[in-house]
Design a protein. Structure first.
Length: 276
């Protein structure tokens, strides 16, 4: 199986959980940082499966932070089914539009799973993706109206953001970065784009995390491996919850430019280190 983590200590699991929690929701790519940090610290690659499974921690953070939104959307979805009207309210439309918007990342993720977990975890690919997505973020910032709320999202605008989410399959692109970018392109205010990014990501993160968790268990990573995975998930949940609040408050006042410039600097730095 591809993506099985190498030997890991509890201290390493704590650090990787912290990295996951802090970078999952910032538009700087948690997958890239989970690959880069071990590389420069001289550790073995934790693997794509570990990187996906540890997202269950940040998934828990989203469920807790957005509990009220999730309950509201769930009630709206059920209400739409009961009345056989999926356009009954903006919340009903949003809840059901998230389903087809999740299909692209699922189809491409399953179809190219082995390639993504091996060839695309190359640091050259990651550094290039960091830079390219940064440039797209800057473009979105420059052309976006940034005056729409979540209630103004139409079905097709949600699908555009869903297709953007599929870019996150390339390590270094960032799921939050690609969906915030998509939100900006369809005119959402920055903090609204971030809120929708978190909600849209729930099915994809849950599916990917649980799938890879089952693969890790089937691969018999042992008691120590499961304990370290649990540590990483727990730390990711706590740091992820903090990260969500910080990002939303930041985007209410500032843009994504700082993240874009960080991505460019990091990408250039990685490329330089690989060819120095």
């Amino acid at each position: 199986m591809t993506g099985v983590p190498g030997p890991m200590t509890p201290a390493q699991a704590v650090l990787l959980g912290l990295v996951q929690g802090l970078t999952e929701f910032l538009p700087i790519s948690s997958t890239a940082h989970l690959r880069i940090v071990p590389h420069f610290l001289g550790w073995s690659d934790p693997g794509a499966a570990f990187s996906a499974a540890i997202q269950l921690g940040t998934l828990l953070a989203v469920f807790i932070y957005f509990a009220a939104d999730i309950r509201r959307l769930t009630r709206a979805a059920i209400d739409g089914l009961v009345h056989r009207d999926l356009h009954r309210s903006p919340d009903t439309l949003m809840a059901w539009a998230i389903v087809p918007a999740t299909i692209p990342i699922v189809v491409f993720g399953l179809g190219f799973k082995d390639y993504i977990e091996t060839e695309l975890r190359n640091l050259s690919v990651i550094s290039t993706a960091l830079i390219v997505l940064a440039l797209l973020l800057l473009l979105a910032e420059s052309v976006s109206r940034r005056d729409r709320s979540l209630g103004q999202l139409t079905f097709w605008r949600i699908q555009i953001i869903g297709w953007c989410q599929a870019l996150a399959l390339v390590p270094g692109c960032s799921r939050s970065g690609s969906t915030i970018m998509g939100g900006l392109f369809v005119g959402l205010a920055r903090h609204e784009a971030a809120r929708f990014s978190f909600l849209l990501g729930l099915p994809a993160i849950a599916g990917s995390g649980l799938f890879e968790l089952m693969e890790l268990i089937a691969a018999d990573i042992g008691t120590d491996g499961l304990v370290n995975l649990g540590i990483g998930i727990g730390v990711a949940a706590v740091s992820g919850y903090v990260s969500i609040g910080l990002l939303l408050r930041f985007l209410e006042r500032f843009g994504t430019h700082a993240f874009a410039f960080y991505r460019i600097a990091l990408g250039i730095g990685i490329l330089y280190s690989l060819h120095a």
